[in-house]
Design a protein around this ligand. Structure first.
Ligand SMILES: Nc1nc2c(c(=O)[nH]1)N[C@H]1C(S)=C(S)[C@@H](COP(=O)(O)OP(=O)(O)OC[C@H]3O[C@@H](n4cnc5c(=O)[nH]c(N)nc54)[C@H](O)[C@@H]3O)O[C@H]1N2
Ligand SMILES: Nc1nc2c(c(=O)[nH]1)N[C@H]1C(S)=C(S)[C@@H](COP(=O)(O)OP(=O)(O)OC[C@H]3O[C@@H](n4cnc5c(=O)[nH]c(N)nc54)[C@H](O)[C@@H]3O)O[C@H]1N2
Ligand code: SF4
Ligand SMILES: [Mo]
Length: 690
């Protein structure tokens, strides 16, 4: 027996921990963290451990399928790869000829390091329409940061922040955006103090120096209130503000509306706590803000992240040691250049669905799901006929499930590439079985860091998304815009480093040296070279030049609770519900309920409750977890749940919180739907539905 160890990069979440896969006679038998990885330092979690389940799962799709019964019925027949790809290409060609390339929409879920391939295919086809969860995930933060500083920042945990403001983020459990929670935890061990702003007392919030148990959806008011305190108390970095920002006086005027009493009323926080948190953050010599997805899923999402960016800037923490450091990408043809946006004609780019409505999201290249579904259902501004999904379970992850379902029913062609038969894949005409991260070569690009994900195994019958995209491009007559093979594309990406894929795979990873205060060499990458406290460009687009907190509508007495969601620790978005290693620990979606609320509503721990937004309508059923880690009016539900073993779509989605979310109160910049801060009622299932 030969035992070998191959280095790769885990993709069970977007943390990207270094992984060591142990093979016996070429068969993967074990997986652990790689102690040599500079980003994860040997850390590995339960989801990473579940990776090998992916290779063995009896539920994996291993042949293309074509629908034989009504859409959504789940009746399919197997089809060979060549026939399946020919069929998809023929139908796409027909719709492009009839309705134009913009009638084809590509979809992607959370980034899986092939996003740039999806965008390249869209640009080569000539469609400006790529839909994904960008509006409620990373992009409100990215665009707020870019529009304020001209770049995106990351917390400099290695630079020993004195204070870490953990705001709407559960970093130690979610490892978001390529910075693994271990970096945060090690900084805390070395002495960083944590201020947590979270409606839920998470494990980290419980251990924080200060926990601000904010009412969901009110963070924008808190950030603006903190800016006012910093300015009033003179706690800002006077030199930095004078030399490197524009619009400070106007900002000081703007935040006058956010006095402490008003902020305390909106957020439900003790005024003294707000002042203490502000002082602690503003007076620290090194401080960073980890702003998470808890802030990106409501009508204030972009403005909340803008307000936080302004707070960090006036305190002089941008690009400072232990602060929020500007990311300098490695010189590869990666996320920025590989999509080849030059292939998309200007008149096509202008047709992006929702481009006139959610202008900031549109600038980033994405379409908001709500805008897509509306276009499909109304045929306006033009017919949208075909959807090709590369890894997204949109029936569980997009807001407004009923409308997503209606849109899926109306399209002429739905193609879903996935590892498993999800509720979304059930609604496809053609399903293409894709490979997992263990079955492909990829360059993982994060922050100032790149790493090699190496193919370790093969699951017969599956192909990677990159291979599917190359095969479709060839059939659509677009080969001139693509490389002849995936390896040739990886070689081309690395050309700027004078490396081939094979050479890079041996090296494993490369990163840029961190440099601080780069703005001193030539300013920020904004038009003025300064931090845009006031943003004239936003005004020119018809938006407010400063962040504004918008109030949620008055609570309805029939819906007295505020529901928010969080990503569960053992699962990843909508994934891993069929894997033994992860689902062994939790078999149903949970909702955290305060003891007083449970008593009032007659709910018992471990039993089902139904959350609803309309008295007569069917709600969402989740398992009650009674805990005083939430306020009596707040309910925190697990996001992204579905049950793979249920025979009907309705039953498989019975715990999916997006049955209750809508597009009614979306962020005007990004189209972010309100997923955090939804007015709901809660009852025992079977109780009178009014
Ligand atoms: N209510 C509520 N809704 C939410 C959220 C929330 O917090 N609350 N979170 C939002 C956020 S931040 C996000 S990012 C989205 C996530 O939403 P999605 O991205 O749609 O969800 P995922 O579960 O990440 O991925 C969907 C599918 O990709 C498949 N898959 C995995 N690897 C691959 C691969 O390599 N190729 C292909 N083709 N398929 C693959 C999985 O099997 C899974 O079925 O959900 C959003 N929706
Ligand atoms: N284990 C695990 N890791 C994941 C994922 C997963 O599903 N599971 N998903 C991945 C994805 S796609 C993403 S985008 C990231 C997200 O990672 P994070 O940014 O950490 O996001 P969440 O865990 O969804 O939410 C963070 C915190 O926001 C709190 N919260 C909810 N509503 C509000 C609010 O209104 N205000 C404030 N201040 N806080 C609020 C929640 O209680 C939660 O503790 O995680 C990634 N990593
Ligand atoms: S944190 Fe993410 S990348 Fe790291 S081992 Fe866990 S699932 Fe894999
Ligand atoms: Mo996300």
């Amino acid at each position: 027996m030969t035992v070998t160890r191959v280095k790769s990069v885990c993709r069970m979440c977007h943390g990207g921990c270094g992984a060591l896969v142990e093979l016996r006679d070429g068969v993967p038998v074990d997986i652990h963290g790689d102690p040599d990885s500079p980003t994860s330092e040997g850390y590995f979690c339960i989801k990473g451990k579940a990776s090998l389940d992916l290779l063995k799962s009896p539920d994996r799709l291993t042949t293309p399928l074509v629908r034989t019964g009504p859409r959504g019925s789940g009746t399919f027949a197997p089809l060979g790869w060549e026939a399946a790809l020919d069929r998809v290409a023929a139908q796409l060609t027909a719709t492009i000829d009839r309705h134009g390339p913009e009638s084809v929409v590509l979809a992607q879920g959370t980034d899986r390091n092939y996003q740039e391939w999806v965008f390249r295919l869209a640009n080569a086809i000539g469609t400006p329409n790529v839909v994904g969860p960008a509006h409620v995930c990373f992009y409100p933060r990215v665009m707020a940061s870019i529009m304020t500083y001209g770049a995106f920042t990351f917390c400099d945990y290695d630079g020993d922040p004195e204070v870490i403001l953990l705001w709407g983020s559960n970093k130690p459990d979610t490892h978001s955006d390529g910075v693994i929670g271990i970096k945060f935890l090690r900084a805390v061990e070395r002495g960083s103090r944590v201020i947590a702003v979270d409606p839920r007392r998470t494990r980290t919030a419980a251990r924080s120096g200060l926990h601000l148990a904010i009412q969901p959806g009110t963070d924008c008011a808190l950030a603006l209130g903190m800016i006012k305190i910093v300015i009033d108390e003179g706690w800002y970095d006077h030199d930095f503000v004078a030399a490197h920002t524009s619009g400070f006086d106007e900002l000081a005027e703007h935040v006058k509306a956010y006095d402490l009493d008003r902020v305390a009323r909106i957020t439900g926080l003790e005024p003294g706590l707000v002042v203490e948190a502000t002082r602690s953050y503003a007076q620290a010599s090194r401080a960073c803000i980890e702003a998470g997805t808890g802030l990106s899923q409501n009508e204030n999402s972009f403005d909340t992240h803008r307000a936080i960016a302004l707070l960090a800037a006036i305190c002089g923490n941008i690009d400072a040691p232990g602060g929020d450091v500007i990311w300098e990408p490695m010189p590869i043809e990666g996320r920025r250049a590989f999509p080849r946006s030059d292939l998309l004609p200007e008149e096509q780019a202008r047709k992006r669905i929702g481009g006139d409505k959610h202008k900031i999201l549109s600038m980033s290249g994405w379409v908001a799901p709500g805008d897509l579904h509306e276009a499909v259902l109304t045929g306006r501004p033009y017919p949208v006929t075909s959807l090709v999904v590369f890894g997204s379970n949109i029936l569980a992850s997009h807001e407004n499930t009923a409308r997503v379902r209606a849109a899926l029913g109306k399209l002429d062609l739905v193609v879903v590439c996935d590892l498993f038969m999800t509720p979304t894949a059930r609604c496809a005409d053609i399903v293409l079985p894709t490979s997992s991260w263990l079955e492909r070569d990829q360059i993982v690009e994060f922050n100032s860091y790149i790493a090699a994900r190496q193919k370790i195994a093969t699951v017969e019958g599956c192909r990677s998304d990159e291979e599917i995209i190359l095969a479709l491009a060839q059939r659509l007559g677009l080969s001139e815009h693509f490389h002849p093979s995936v390896e040739a594309a990886l070689d081309a990406k690395l050309a700027g480093l004078d490396l081939t894929w094979q050479q890079f795979a041996k090296i494993g990873h490369l990163r840029n040296e961190k440099r601080y205060r780069k703005y001193r060499e030539g300013g920020f990458r904004t038009r003025s070279g300064r931090v845009n406290l006031m943003h004239h460009g936003l005004r020119a687009m018809g938006y407010e030049p400063f962040p504004v907190h918008r109030h949620p509508p008055q609570a309805d007495p029939a819906l007295p609770y505020t529901m928010t969601s969080a990503h569960p620790r053992r699962f990843y978005n909508t994934e891993f519900h069929q894997l033994p290693t992860t689902s062994r620990g939790q078999s149903a979606a949970r909702v955290t309920v305060h003891p007083d609320t449970a008593k009032r509503e007659g709910l018992a721990d471990g039993e089902e409750a139904e959350l609803f937004t309309r008295a007569g309508a069917r709600g969402v059923r989740l398992m009650v977890r009674i805990s005083d880690s939430v306020a009596p009016n707040v309910l925190v539900a697990d996001a992204g749940w579905w049950y793979p073993d249920e025979p009907s779509i309705d039953e498989s989605l019975r715990s999916s919180v997006n049955l209750l979310t809508t597009n009614d109160r979306s962020d005007v910049h990004m189209g972010s739907a309100t997923m955090r801060g939804v007015a709901v009622g809660i009852r025992r299932p079977g109780q009178d539905r009014g």
